[in-house]
Design a protein. Structure first.
Length: 66
């Protein structure tokens, strides 16, 4: 069985560490609801950056296709 990232696990990380996730996140299974909400501002920024990177890759691949 897997593990869930929560405040107890994050307490083991270096001070100032932040939780990142590229989404979708399974709250209550892989990350606690509390931890996700605490770091949601940067989680959603990361997911948005990933979206733009993937769109750019799709455009590049389409141009390579012909």
């Amino acid at each position: 069985k897997g593990f869930m990232v929560d405040d107890a696990m994050m307490s083991l990380a270096q001070e100032g560490a932040r939780f990142l996730h590229c989404l979708p996140a399974y709250r209550g299974l892989e990350v606690s609801e509390e931890l996700f909400e605490k770091h949601s501002d940067i989680v959603f920024k990361e997911a948005e950056n990933r979206l733009h990177a993937q769109k750019g890759l799709m455009v590049w691949l389409d141009k390579k296709r012909g």
